[in-house]
Design a protein around this ligand. Structure first.
Ligand SMILES: [Zn+2]
Ligand SMILES: [Zn+2]
Length: 271
């Protein structure tokens, strides 16, 4: 009498293949989880945020970027417009042609880095990659740069987002940055403006005046906020990146219309 097999070989093979596939996937997931955990645990103290090498000096620990990578951060250098920060200034001028023609509502843009290379990567990892601990590095660079380049201010405001934006991203990238900035500069935070409309699609090739105008009405004054508070005050407006300046300009306009005297934009990177 032939020995009866409990499991048909074909089926056994199927099960084996399934288990292999499953364990491979599990191994992949475990490796990923370990990596993420490492980032979370060590990012603040031991490993360079950019290259992953061990951090050695106190300055390295502070910024969490090793000295060789710090040298490669795209620092903004050279002659630039005293209002918008653009590099397009003539030799003996302090203001760029755009600002001469269409002066912005803000008085200054303070940003330590160009929006490229490592600086851009950090922002992308933070905003899109969900590496939320990165807020600390971004906030530190912004705060330090403001402290060494800015002038005294009365209040800090961060660029308002819509509910939809916050929902899609799962968090507000500027909230924690603003908290850190406010705490370490001692400048109190206020919430005078909210975003009432979505920002229209970027209009490539249009001039500054048109771009600026297209965004008026995107921000409104918070109805629960008394504009007395900002009368003749210097306001810092925080944003992670400064691109064309149209959004910042529209927000600054609302602040100015309601009594603010000076608006300074502080960003991490300027494109
Ligand atoms: Zn490094
Ligand atoms: Zn300018």
């Amino acid at each position: 009498m032939p020995v009866q097999q409990n499991v048909p070989p074909k089926f056994a093979l199927k099960v084996k293949a399934y288990i292999t596939k499953f364990s491979k996937a599990l191994a992949k997931k475990t490796a990923w989880a370990t990596r993420e955990l490492d980032k979370g645990i060590f990012a603040d103290s031991l490993v360079c945020l950019n290259c992953g090498n061990e951090l050695r000096t106190e300055t390295d620990f502070y910024t969490s970027v090793c000295s060789s990578c710090t040298n490669h951060l795209p620092a903004r250098r050279g002659r630039h417009c005293k209002y918008c920060g653009a590099y397009t200034v003539e030799t003996d001028e302090k203001v760029c042609p755009d600002c001469k023609q269409t002066p912005p509502e803000f008085e200054r843009v303070i940003a330590p880095f160009e929006y490229k290379g490592i600086a851009k990567q950090i922002l992308v990892d933070y905003k899109k990659g969900g590496l939320k601990y990165l807020y600390l590095y971004i906030a530190r660079f912004m705060t330090d740069h403001y402290k060494s380049n800015g002038f005294p201010a009365d209040y800090v405001v961060y660029m308002p987002t819509t509910k939809r934006q916050r929902f899609l991203r799962g968090f507000n990238p500027l909230k924690k940055i603003a908290e850190f900035f406010s705490k370490s500069t001692g400048i109190p935070q206020i919430y005078p403006v909210y975003r009432s409309k979505n920002i229209p699609k970027h209009m490539a090739g249009t001039d500054r005046a048109t771009r600026y105008e297209s965004l008026y009405g995107v921000f409104s004054m918070n109805p629960n906020f008394s504009s007395d508070i900002i009368q003749d005050k210097v306001i810092i407006l925080l944003n992670d990146t400064f691109n064309t300046g149209a959004t910042e300009n529209a927000c600054a306009r609302v602040l100015k219309e309601n009594g603010a005297s000076v608006v300074i934009i502080v960003a991490f990177a300027r494109s």
